[in-house]
Design a protein around this ligand. Structure first.
Ligand code: HEM
Length: 477
């Protein structure tokens, strides 16, 4: 115990000395204004308290009042420049790989794989990002995903009993994992889906846990799950190499083998990266959308009316077409508003590759740079009634440009620049079809108070407990 304390104190002193030297070097350059906070821990606790609350930009808003929209602070033992400035956020995203790079700890890289699009940089990132975007572009969604997603919804969502009590957070997670197993691996057999869903779930839990690689810890379980997922992928690759084609050809994996020429070890990491990036984000947006709709019956009614005006699939027999999907304009407003108000990617994490000049400031090489997206999404000066769920705002022609989630500095739920989310269109399709399935099949009442939190990941703290009753078309009107 004494030895452990000794080592901790020793390393703290060493660390502080190193940080002080670095700070002294940067002081003569003009870092954005800010405060240092407590020695070593800086503002880490204030940061943590804010993101664990229901309003993650709290700390950022306080600093913005004192220092302006671009400020500096000390986070997790490192100097960071944080921004609530839409133009600077955009500048950072647009300069990915040139002035800034995304930055992750080694434990995370080991888990998601060092050959995957999220962790690689430069030329390799551009290549993998291009492949991911190609796999999930609109035409591919129409052809490969539209019907499969509806089948997964029917299987995972439509069999709850009247009066059943559920935690919607768990259900959304199950839906998202089943979607991923189906779409990434193209698996359709029930037993194989269940086996893979279990592994995927262990893997995703570990990505959001403390990185302790010891038996019993979620990170360790996730590493084991990773090994098994890779084994399964490698078996599929072997089968493909021996037989020249695959029985199940709808999944991303099969298309990756047919259309691209990635080395085998990069194929598994590619799939695992998509799994990590696409699972929790989609599950939690589905959940938050229902949470917001529960508090806004007028919006729920309008969404239901829109869905019922399309042909019926509540019995799971009739498939929606691409044209039907395109006609869901109010549903799309609900999705945009849910992403604005409950955006899962509340901030992005970057590191300056070199000393970067921006306006009068110099951001020193190695400094963290944090575009805080939700500070813009929840800024009263950008959105009237910014804290209210108001999907109709997106119907206002004045907001048309702001709404362009590919390029708008004011609305960037899917990031931007070279790391813009390649799964954005797929996620929107999944969420729309989930909302359709859920609202046309059930009514619900919330049975326990709940609130959002964004630490360790976006969630509702009580899992959103609701009681379901089946909605029968003939009850309506
Ligand atoms: C509502 C759901 C989603 C949200 C809010 C979301 C958000 C984001 C954001 C903000 C980024 C940029 C991260 C950064 O710049 O550091 C990103 C990247 C990424 N997303 Fe998504 N995403 C969603 C769904 C998906 C889905 C369904 C997939 C695929 C199955 C996916 C795959 C990826 C990948 C592979 C990247 C990394 C791209 C790169 O680094 O080049 N995402 N996502």
């Amino acid at each position: 115990m004494i030895m452990t304390l000794f080592f901790i104190v020793f390393f703290l002193i060493k660390f502080l000395q190193k940080e002080n030297t670095k700070l002294a070097k940067t002081r003569h350059k003009k870092l954005p204004p800010g405060r240092r906070g407590w020695p070593l821990i800086g503002d880490s606790f204030n940061w943590y308290n804010a993101v664990a609350s229901s309003h993650p930009p709290t700390f950022v808003e306080q600093q913005v009042k004192r220092f302006g929209k671009i400020f500096s602070c000390s986070l997790f033992g490192k100097w960071a420049v944080v921004s609530a400035d839409p133009s600077f956020n955009r500048f950072v995203m647009q300069n990915e790989g040139k002035l800034f790079k995304s930055s992750y700890p080694k434990s995370f890289r080991d888990l998601v794989g060092k050959n995957g699009v999220i962790t690689v940089q430069g030329e390799q990132q551009r290549k993998l990002h291009g492949i991911a975007s190609n796999m999930m572009r609109l035409e591919k969604l129409k052809f490969h995903f539209l019907e499969d997603i509806q089948r997964v919804m029917t299987r995972t969502l439509c069999s709850f009993e009247d009066d059943q009590l559920i935690l919607l957070q768990d259900v959304c997670r199950k839906v998202a994992i089943n979607l991923m197993v189906n779409q990434l691996l193209g698996i359709t057999s029930e037993s194989e889906i269940n086996e893979m869903a279990h592994l995927f779930s262990d893997f995703v839990d570990g990505c959001l846990s403390v990185p302790i690689n010891l038996p019993g810890c979620p990170y360790h379980t996730a590493m084991k799950a990773r090994e098994k997922i890779i084994k399964k992928i490698n078996r599929t690759i072997k089968m493909y190499r021996e037989e020249g084609s695959l029985e199940v050809s709808n999944g991303v994996l099969a298309r990756l083998l047919e259309e691209e020429s990635l080395p085998d070890e990069a194929v598994a990491d590619f799939i695992i990266n998509l799994l990590f990036a696409g699972n929790e984000t989609t599950a939690k947006t589905m959940l938050f959308a229902v949470y917001f709709l529960t508090q806004c019956p007028t919006a729920l009614k309008q969404l239901l009316d829109e869905q019922e005006s399309l042909k019926s699939c509540s019995n799971g027999e009739e498939m929606l077409t691409w044209q039907d999907y395109k006609a869901m304009s109010f549903t799309q407003c609900v999705i945009d508003e849910s992403l604005r108000l409950g955006g899962i990617a509340i901030w992005l994490m970057r590191e300056a590759i070199e000393d970067v000049k921006y306006q009068d400031y110099v951001i020193p090489k190695g400094c963290f740079v944090v575009p805080f997206l939700s500070a813009v999404h929840l800024d009263e000066n950008v959105y009237n009634g910014a804290l209210n769920f108001n999907p109709w705002r997106w119907m206002d022609p004045q907001n048309e440009e702001k709404r362009n989630w590919r390029n708008s500095p004011f609305y960037a739920p899917f990031g931007g620049g070279a790391r813009f989310c390649p799964g954005a269109e797929l996620a929107r399709l999944q969420i729309a079809l989930f909302l359709r399935s859920f609202v046309t099949t059930y009514r619900w009442t919330q049975t326990k108070e709940d609130r959002m939190s964004f630490f360790p990941s976006a969630r509702l703290v009580n899992g959103f407990q609701i009681r379901l009753t089946r909605r029968h078309m003939q009850d309506e009107g």
